[in-house]
Design a binder for this molecule. Sequence first.
Ligand code: AMP
Ligand code: GLY
Length: 450
Amino acid sequence: MEVINQLQPGPEGHVAVYTKIVGEIKMEHPKEATVLVVGGGGRCHAIVDALSRSPQVGKIYCAPGNAGIAAQAECVPLKDTQVEQLRDFAIEKAVALTVVGPEVALAAGITDVFNAAGLRIFGPTKAAAVIESSKDFAKQLMAKYNVPTAAYRTFDEYAPAIEYVRGGPFPVVLKYDGLAAGKGVVIPETFEEAEHTLKDMLLDDRFGKGKVVVEEFLTGPEFSFMCFVDGERVFPMALSQDHKRAYEGDKGPNTGGMGAYSPLPFITDEDREYAMENIMKPVASAMVKEGRPFKGVLYGGLMKTPSGIKVIEFNCRFGDPETEVVLPLLKSDIYDIFTAIADGSPMPRVEWDARASMGFVMASEGYPGSYEKGHVIEGLEEALSDPDVRIYHMGTAEKDGKTVTAGGRVLMVIGSGDTLKAAHDKALEAVSKIKCDNLFFRRDIGWRVL
Ligand code: AMP
Ligand code: GLY
């Protein structure tokens, strides 16, 4: 059996022929639009995969991409923050649509730079991306527009901050005000720990020169509500839940996410309606009123507390690893959705598969601390032989024709099925086929619902 997994010139020279490695040869018809995806982890692999299902999409470029993405897109050696070079690349290749994955590119103003050049791009401007890059901005916005969230105060000096925290209660939530790659939130259990963290954040500037948001500690299950947003228009995605801690039993250090699943049986239709009407829509409309209309994915990191659903954080982009389990459930053509938002044109119906999806992250031993790279990964094709399994590469590279580990989080293995249990079993079976001597994963993804 021959497997074609590379981009090849089509009859018109500029189009791509792409075939997924699913154990059969599937020649797709020549397609049209050239698309650029900015980013290189599992989230971008999921975006590239969703785009490749669109009959309107031809050649896909991904900058910088990774070894797994390379089977579906041509990887371009540009970093996500090289926004001027990316713009020049998009012009040179007549890219019809650029989709941005990581927040750093958005905070670096990639959308503004592309807009100024008349290029179509999916993702918020720098002024709108501030909803993620400044926790203080997000808290002020929520206070002004009565959006439910934890009580808070912001400090830019150590002395008043430590005085405020001294009287408790504990735990207390300390959030560094700036992009800190998921490491900017510390939840001290005692005054001594809080003192240590505030010193790091406000005296020693270990995170950079910034402010600290001190927040009330909330309890309850967390969930991710991602919406496609164009100004006042808000279109919900399937709900999902991330698992942030490194080890089973939700123990160990916080990570970028060790697994995710969708849908969420513990969130009722009323909960979702409440979150839509009291959080997602009012925030989209608040951004318009503030002169920062949001276009792109607005990610609500929400918590179902005993006193109602409240906001923990907003992100200005697709969640990672939530996107890897949510996008496989999208039935509509994602190219139509991206272009409708980017152009402000009528939105197609956004339809979701009623099936379930669950994904396990395989990470390098040592992650989120230091870890080795370059370990050979085997068994990927065998794991992928099940049509209910997808594998998105988070941090891999190619070496001497083999796939090797190249990041902290390396692979996300996703199963789908009629129930969460079926999706879980499919994913775990696929995980067991993957051989590598330096990877670990959490077996208890989805414990809350299984
Ligand atoms: P963030 O980067 O704001 O999402 O915070 C990272 C993690 O810290 C969240 O996913 C929560 O688990 C936790 N967290 C943040 N804020 C609070 C809060 N007010 N109460 C309890 N946990 C929180
Ligand atoms: N999964 C959390 C995030 O994307 O920030």
